[in-house]
Design a protein around this ligand. Structure first.
Ligand SMILES: *Cc1c(COP(=O)(O)O)cnc(C)c1O
Length: 481
């Protein structure tokens, strides 16, 4: 496929503007004028439309096909949410920060505040900041809050404890804030090994970071016990909210001992994220951590109006420009208000039912290392297929040819050849059945003709790439490098 620059024909135009009838005021100073034309592609309107339409047809999205990417909650993004976000597009993000600006931006401040209040209610926290721009960013902000809390108390803390099933961003965030990481292995039943956990807990532990349900899709029945042990050592409990879709309206992390959480708005509350964005990772905290929240805080006065509070001297500071990724926040707020309390409860119930349905139907075809009722996702292994030389990545490529986005593969790291399937609540039974049939077809092909996989995908502009090279020796420049 040619780049748009390669299609350029000198002198060709898409739009011709009439001659200006406004008198010229003055010449731009020579230093500000360009010496050459900007080098933009010269094309007709139709050629531009075709170029971009054809490019867009190579995109994979939830709007085109099933996207069971485990841990990512790629649910359908209702078009009404986009309409809601559009309503806020004309507002300049600087306005609330200007003198008297808050009076012109009550709607925006109110939305951010009320979104925080809804998230606090859903998660059982006392206050929420909407600033962080993604889950990983929220984790880092959350661990900074925990560090500020311990520091204010004069406690010397050195470690953050994570289970070995944790998402890589958990230990990475803690390490970036300066903690050493202690990793606890997973027991055969699929949860963090409680005895090993007890062994590593000392008064030098600052926090225990957990995802619940964890990345195997399993709910840990010992959460309360774990948080009691952590609190006995004055360690705080951090909840990675990436899997919140599984427990919406069922369990509030704040009620079972968690002190700090982040929520991935772009997972649980619409806006499926692709291509690196956009995201939003609000952080919720219990009372004792409120003084450290990022500045500025949005507060609500007794008369119901909203204002900005910058007098937060213990704050960890600003973690993002303005008030967060506002468009994603609007979509999340619209999502919550459209569904309401009962709707959100139905979301988690349906998500869990769908995952268990897929799991039950594929059990005979693929190895299921932790064979239990799952929550919103299930993790298979391609270990049976590997005996014939077919790996998880080969099954992923097969699915691409069949029009499905592959599940997450090779994560969580504790499952060899992992295939992590998260169907989400927005898919119909017909879609799930079609996917199940294709997965069974993959398992059969791995028995009958394993060599066939090496040529896949066949339907894409590129086939097998050297993924290591693509990551390590990136060259994304087209001109002159
Ligand atoms: C997605 C995810 C994260 C990181 O969130 P981002 O928004 O992608 O930064 C952290 N933990 C788990 C379990 C996740 O699935």
């Amino acid at each position: 496929m040619q780049l748009i620059y390669e299609k350029s024909i000198p002198g060709r135009r898409g739009v011709r503007l009439p001659a200006s009838d406004v008198p010229q005021a003055a010449e731009l100073p020579t230093g500000l004028r360009r010496s050459d034309a900007p080098g933009l592609p010269e094309m007709s309107e139709l050629d531009v439309v075709r170029h971009f339409t054809n490019l867009s047809r190579r995109n994979f999205s939830v709007d085109t096909n099933f996207y069971p990417l485990g841990s990512c909650t790629m649910k359908y993004n209702a078009k009404a949410l986009e309409e809601a976000a559009k309503l806020f597009a004309p507002f300049h993000p600087m306005v609330p920060l200007l003198p008297q600006g808050a009076s012109f931006s009550q709607g925006c401040l109110g939305l951010a505040y009320e979104l925080g209040a809804c998230l606090a209610e859903i998660t059982g926290m006392d206050e929420v900041t909407t600033q962080p721009l993604a889950g990983a960013h929220g984790e880092m902000a959350g661990i900074m809050l925990i560090a500020a809390y311990h520091e204010a108390k004069g406690s010397k803390k050195k470690y953050v404890v994570v289970p070995d099933s944790s998402h890589g961003t958990n230990p990475a965030s803690a390490a970036m804030v300066g903690y050493e990481i202690i990793t606890v292995p997973t027991a055969p039943y699929g949860d963090m090994d409680l005895d090993k956990f007890r062994e590593v807990m000392t008064d030098e532990v600052a926090a225990v970071m957990m995802t619940c349900p964890n990345t195997l899709g399993l709910f840990n029945p010992h959460i309360k016990e774990i948080s009691d042990i952590a609190h006995d050592h004055d360690a705080l409990m951090y909840y990675d909210g990436a899997n919140l879709n599984a427990i919406l309206g069922k369990v509030r992390p704040g009620d079972v001992g968690f002190d700090v959480i982040h929520v991935n708005l772009h997972k649980t509350f619409g806006t499926p994220h692709g291509g690196g964005g956009p995201g939003s990772g609000p952080v919720g905290v219990k009372k004792q951590l409120i003084p450290f929240l990022p500045t500025p805080r949005i507060v609500k006065a007794d008369d119901g109006s909203y204002a900005i509070d910058t007098h937060t001297h213990e704050s960890i500071g600003r973690t993002a420009g303005f008030f967060g990724n506002f468009g994603v926040m609007v979509k999340a707020f619209a999502y919550m208000t459209m569904l309401g309390r009962d709707g959100l409860i139905q979301v988690s119930e349906q998500a869990v039912l769908s995952a268990n349905y897929v799991m039950s139907q594929l059990k005979d075809a693929f190895e299921l290392p932790y064979d239990q009722t799952c929550m919103h996702e299930c993790v298979f292994s391609a270990s049976r297929q590997v005996k014939n030389g077919v790996h998880a990545i080969d099954i992923a490529k097969f699915l691409i040819d069949k029009g499905y986005h592959p599940p997450t593969v090779y994560f969580p790291l504790i499952v060899k050849e992992a295939i992590m399937i998260e169907p989400t609540e927005t898919e119909s039974k017909e879609t799930l059945d079609a996917f199940i049939a294709i997965m069974k077809e993959a398992a059969e092909l791995a028995e009958k003709d394993p060599a066939a996989f090496s040529a896949m995908p066949k339907t894409m502009p590129v086939t097998r790439l050297d993924e290591t090279k693509a990551a390590r020796e990136q060259n994304v420049c087209y001109f002159g490098c």
